[in-house]
Design a protein around this ligand. Structure first.
Ligand SMILES: [Zn+2]
Length: 221
């Protein structure tokens, strides 16, 4: 871990994606946090243009900051889609400053939006791990679980209906059930008015003598 002056309002620490920069003191909205710095690369120079790493900060068509140097503490700041800081770019001065865009509390991770190009190239393929995206994924998973539960309940209801229908169909001949008609349970269930599948079967049993479809409720009343 890099040495950081205790006067600074941040420290490097473990984050969801590896290392990150965390506030150690309250940081006011609009306050400069840290400069993003490193050697300036000139895209007109072949040697400069060939350099490739994750810490290149493009200022404009020509100039890029190579932020991969260890002293560049700002390179520890992770991307977030809903960040609490921003990169304030002065292309004319070839200078980048990370600035708070809201009040940041001690312990909070500092982050800024790396921009669309970086997101498409590096984050989209692996899935962005920022708080906003994690929250979105959690919500989607919860919704998927709720949908699964809903479908399961629907299937169970359908199965129950089917069972009821079959029980009702079996009732008129009643021979299968007749054997159970002396069961003590039959009378108890009968008292429920034949609304459940079991009830219908039971009421069918008692109504067996004058059995006509659709008359079980009167028969059991
Ligand atoms: Zn994100």
């Amino acid at each position: 871990m890099p040495a950081i002056s205790p006067h600074k309002p941040y420290r490097v620490g473990r984050s969801r994606t590896g290392l990150g920069l965390f506030a150690t003191k309250p940081i006011k909205k609009g306050a400069k946090i840290v400069r993003y710095f490193g050697p300036l690369l000139d895209s007109k120079k072949k040697k400069d243009d060939a350099i490739e790493n994750k810490y290149l900060f493009e200022l404009n068509g020509r100039w890029t900051i190579d932020g991969s140097v260890r002293k560049n503490i700002a390179r520890y700041i992770n991307h977030a889609c809903k960040p609490n800081a921003e990169s304030d770019v002065s292309a004319r001065k070839r200078k980048v400053v990370i600035r708070a865009i809201k009040k940041i509390e001690p312990g909070e991770e500092i982050n800024y939006d790396y921009g669309t190009d970086y997101f498409k190239a590096y984050l989209k393929p692996i899935g962005c791990k920022c708080d906003a995206c994690e929250k979105k994924r959690r919500k989607q998973r919860a919704e998927a679980r709720a949908e699964k539960r809903r479908l399961k309940a629907k299937a169970e209801k359908k199965a129950l209906k089917k069972a009821e229908k079959q029980a009702a169909k079996r009732k008129p001949n009643g021979k299968l059930l007749n054997g159970k008609s002396k069961h003590a349970n039959g009378k108890l269930v009968n008292g429920h008015g034949g609304k459940s599948a079991a009830g219908r079967i039971a009421s069918g049993i008692s109504a067996m003598a004058k059995s006509r479809p659709g008359q079980e409720s009167r028969a059991s009343a």
